[in-house]
Design a protein around this ligand. Sequence first.
Ligand code: G16
Length: 543
Amino acid sequence: LDFEEVSKQSILHPKPAGLVLHYGTAGFRSNSIHLDHIMFRMGLLAVLRSKKTKSTIGIMVTASHNPEEDNGVKLVDPMGEMLAATWESYATMLANAEQEELISALNEIIEKEGIDKSPEASVFVGKDTRSSSASLSQAVLDGVHALGGHSKDYGLVTTPQLHYMVCCKNTQGKYGDATVEGYYKKLCQAFTQLVGNASNRTDDQKHLCVDGANGIGALKLREMISHLNKGLQVTIFNDGSKGKLNHQCGADFVKVQQKTPTGIQVNPGDRCCSFDGDADRIVYYFTDSQQVFHLLDGDKIATLISTFLKELLIQAGLNLKIAVVQTAYANGSSTDYLENTMNVTVRCTKTGVKHLHHAALEFDVGVYFEANGHGTVLFSKAAEDKIQQLAQDSRIDDERKRAALMLQSTINVINQTVGDALSDMLLIEAILAIKGMTVEQWDRIYTDLPNRQLKVKVSDRRVIDTTDAERRAVSPAGLQEAIDQLVKTYRKARSFVRPSGTEDVVRVYAEADTQESADALAHEVSLAVYRLAGGVGDEPKPL
Ligand code: G16
């Protein structure tokens, strides 16, 4: 390892003295002007991680749902999952080391992890469409090369596409071809097989309006369409040709504001979906004949997918344990429906797909979704083997065979490495087609409790510490008691607060029996946060 080269190069990617950044929910995220040194150093870290795991590691330059002026970095571990939690602290240490401490910080990681310096290191790099992403991904590559690593630059890709490439590479192609073309072929072939089980669909039924958030998802969806054999008719809005990334559009805007994005022209009943800025989240929605907006968020998606899979497992006669993993943001009605009507196991974890993914691994079939539309399905190796065997068994009856084949196609259409808007969209479209279900019917499976999400600015959001999968605040003193008192004054109410790991805010969630109550509770809890956790700026105003 040529530390002299690292020192020389790192001077070209200087750390602003005194700047401290923390590894957040999905890596580092901040205004892009603060990130050049972070990118270079994550390139260095990825080389060490690659040597440690003797595998290819991924680095995605993106700030996902954040505004255009932000950027960030997500690190991808060998099987396409998020960077192991134990390495997050190394990432923070490296990111915050002053210039002259950099080499000793690297040495510390090498020593603690007992890293053998001899294996070749390989890093895959991708970026989103932000204007800062080009120079920042160059900084990543500089870091990789400074420490003698090999790189492959995939250029503009969605985050889940990069996760997929890493997994393909490290499974020697068993998961698929490590090319964008290979990704489209695998997913689209599986989609075509799945919708082969649907009765003839009209053009209307095949039609979907997609809000691309003016980001990478729109570009990649356009590329993918040609592989779909007209199985889906897509109209893309907010494709980046004029609007600003994530501005008044995209999955986060639609979920939080509970309204249609700007830049999309739709008729009542049209099936619509929105991606986020790096296309790892998706939410569906429609407007009814009374112009009322209906959101089908990650919870509704999890319900649709898990119901479909449970039915197929029963039809196939497979005794596999299926579970749904959610976070505290999951609507109370969804949890109730899953547990009490569908009788599936439900787990609740902290926010961040890394936590949900981990929990989902404990089951044969683990469906995980955050309410914000970030999620996927994981099949254990044993479950995949059983499905595979059954699909090839010539002695079983047609119904079992058909179910086994559909399960097999579902495995292939889903991106098991991470939540993926393109892949989730294909699976949802296939399920609706097979079930002959409209978006209105899907929406009626259960009724969401009215809810509201707000953000509060405080001087240091780290003063808020939580427990019980973020459902209770343990600090600052008095905050949880205040929330408990407020919740008691409403019916069917629930509320929690937590510091965001992607934005400099505290998030507040509230649900109750009516929208007015949910709004009032969210506002009152915001005031409690403002007063007890060091609010800055104006006091939160009622909605
Ligand atoms: C990231 C994470 C998600 C998380 C979201 C919001 O999403 O991958 O798991 O739900 O941030 O996190 P927080 O509430 O901590 O800000 P994305 O799509 O922005 O990468």
